[in-house]
Design a protein around this ligand. Structure first.
Ligand code: SF4
Ligand code: SF4
Ligand code: SF4
Length: 304
């Protein structure tokens, strides 16, 4: 007996990720591609299901999502099981945490400061499909180049460094004065210093990108510490809002995860139905929201 014939009602959790199309009885199947990754075997299985149950087309969404369109409602369960056999899970839709987006990060990108894939896996395990007042998007980006547009997400996590200048190898070429994107590096005459000069930065205005450490030809700018900038409340859609900085430099992954947990918990407690996280922040006030989330995260870290 096929699944279709036995007429067993699917649990709601199995139907998440299946969305009605404008055409009667046809559905979109949204699939999970954590951090934009699928194995070649999974891709082959997706192609086969698209061929068999859809129209032979796989749609790639802007958030690393993979979708099969035009699946008849009676075929949804068979298609889901066929995908499941290849380890392809359904994605998320509706008022819950959506698939975690991440760039390649330090795994393969020369600019990458953090292990974005590892962090995405942790976030996925803790939050994927968790119910929230409205849709909730999380993106991880490996450095300030911000390829995953962290600021457009309810939570964005960006790899960050605190640069330090080392005089030994510096040839005083001056290139870093021009390639720092926010112009916060300065050269100072320093008679006390062996070289007679030093390069320094305005820490308050440094955006913790990895441009100086990556581009200095002699490696004289080094990453003192590496960490995570955590942003909250970004959204596009009808009322766009750029994310606000929750914490500029979280020093450990555990701290970043505690900030995310506390931010989602706060949103679940205070957000109104269908109200996006960023709009809730504007309603309550950024300073108050930040204070409460930071305090709750600190307590979480201390407990662990
Ligand atoms: S955000 Fe940075 S680490 Fe990630 S892909 Fe872009 S340049 Fe590479
Ligand atoms: S780019 Fe590097 S070598 Fe050149 S001045 Fe700056 S720190 Fe020194
Ligand atoms: S980390 Fe980026 S912003 Fe900060 S000093 Fe280096 S290049 Fe400039």
């Amino acid at each position: 007996m096929t699944v279709k014939e036995n007429n067993v009602k699917q649990p709601v959790s199995d139907r998440i990720g299946m969305m009605k199309q404008t055409q009667p009885d046809l559905y979109v199947m949204r699939l999970k591609a954590l951090a934009g990754d699928l194995s070649s075997l999974q891709l082959a299985a997706i192609a086969e299901v698209a061929e068999r149950y859809g129209q032979g087309v796989v749609h790639l969404s802007v958030r690393q999502g993979v979708e099969i369109h035009h699946v008849h409602k009676d075929d949804l369960e068979e298609a889901r099981l066929a995908l499941g056999e290849a380890g392809v899970e359904m994605g998320a839709c509706g008022p819950r945490v959506r698939g975690i987006v991440a760039c390649p990060g330090s795994e393969s990108c020369k600019w990458g400061v953090i292990d974005t894939k590892q962090l995405a896996r942790e976030l996925d395990e803790r939050h994927f499909k968790r119910e929230t007042p409205s849709k909730f998007k999380i993106a991880v980006t490996g450095c300030a180049h911000n390829c995953t547009k962290a600021n457009e997400n309810d939570i964005g996590i960006r790899g960050a460094i605190e640069p330090r200048w080392q005089s030994e190898a510096c040839t005083d070429c001056g290139h870093c004065l021009s390639f720092c994107p926010v112009g916060v590096i300065e050269r100072r005459v320093d008679e006390q210093h062996e070289a007679g000069f030093r390069y320094e930065l305005d820490e308050a205005r440094c955006i913790n990108c990895s441009v100086c450490t990556s581009l200095c030809p002699t490696g004289s700018w080094v990453a003192g510490k590496q960490g995570y900038t955590v942003l909250i409340g970004g959204t596009m859609g009808k009322i766009p809002r750029f994310a606000s900085e929750l914490k500029r430099f979280a020093e450990t992954e555990a701290e970043a995860l505690a900030l995310v947990e506390s931010a989602i918990a706060f949103y679940c407690e205070h957000g109104r139905k269908k109200e996006r996280f960023g709009h809730m922040i504007d309603r309550i006030g950024l300073d108050e929201v930040k204070e409460e989330i930071l305090e709750a995260a600190l307590q979480r870290v201390e407990k662990e």
